[in-house]
Ligand binder design. Sequence first.
Ligand code: GLC
Length: 469
Amino acid sequence: MNSKKKKLKVLMASSEMSPFAKVGGLADVVGSLPTALKTLKVDVRVIIPKYGFIDKNKYSLKKIARNIIVSPRIRVNVWETEVDQKIKVYFIESKKYFNRPTVYWGNNSERFLFFSLAVLKVLPVLKFKPDIIHCHDYHTAMIPDLLKIQKNNFYKNIKTLLTIHNLNYQGKEGPEILSTGQLSVNSLKSLSDDARDGDINFMVQGILNADIINTVSPTYAREILKPSFSCGLDKILKKRKKDLYGILNGIDVNFFNPQTDVFIKQNYSFKALDKKVKNKLYLQEKLGWKPSPNKMLIGLVSRLVWQKGVDLIKKYFARLNCQFVFLGTGYPEYENHLKDLNRKHPLKFKALIKFDIKLAQEIYAGADAFLMPSRFEPCGLGQMIAMRYGALPIVHTTGGLADTVDGEVGFRFRNFSSKNLYNTIEKAISVYKNSPKKWQKMQKIAMQKDFSWKNSAKRYLDLYYKIAK
Ligand code: GLC
């Protein structure tokens, strides 16, 4: 159907993109969706800040424009490289705002409002006029506002899609922040309305001013219309209900492939599932545990933040007939909680507080089951990766977890409580111990599920065509 339509030019603007800058799932999405869109013949490019830790030699970055005036006192340089299928990635360099060893620090709203303005200012210099700017999360949610007030003809007819990956982060600041974007409360009605409660909310602005909006799963798109999930934005979201869609994320199925994964001890597939156990034995040994093929091993790989529900895992879980391995970093409160479990019951819990891609893969490959007790989960990538590796997910039925995990491939609990999680793990252990045939069947179904970007990229293309001029 789309073949008769014109070839679209799309610019994705984001604070994260794998492999250059990754904190969470946002990076994975912005790192892998463009490739699928390119296959659908979209001229898609990505723009992110040039953070201090991005190695220009490793990624062959070239400086392509210098001293572009963003605001009277601040100029930026633009660097470029290409990833899969010649997708251009632009990097905005500003010493003041981005040249540090982390993605998020200081006043993030100010830094990313500057980035958003810089994105618009560099486009004419790059001679790239996109049909659509695809914004991701609050960091770039001010782009629709900024576009609306540009006077230059160049910006006419550029449309915007805002993808909400997580409503819990909104970017709220006093109205003074607006000057960073050369805006004021009088620039738009949505800004003067917003300022009435004393601050400006970037996510609110994006929701009100983007041409179209989506979240990263159909269930989350429905959930956020309810006060219990909306983080205060249900009324605003309801105003845009007919322009709000839910599109499930995909994962990079080439990278996350147990048959070819170079990080794991033993490659395997659903046809040679018996080989998976080698990864478990290897992992147990690496963790300092006795290799025991029949002891159920449950993995968790996550950012350690409130959303992820790791606080549901309590000391009494040590009574369960299984072992837990946790990998991730985040807030000290959750890091300490997991370290504490490890200290009290070192034979039951292992807490690895770090960011380690190889170890993450070893856990997906070695674990029998994978835990995601998230309070809310816009999409969640871990459960999809786990399924591909035959680790059956144990999840809270919410958001993308509800959309991707059913009883055929995993274990779910509806009401968010420690007791329910405990009982669900107990159920999983009982299937694992007492019905190994059933367990294997579930693994095989899970491993054959299609989590590629193919279908979802088509849905994004449909959204682009809905708004493109
Ligand atoms: C955020 C969400 C997660 C989602 C990811 C990518 O990290 O918390 O659920 O999978 O963004 O969209």
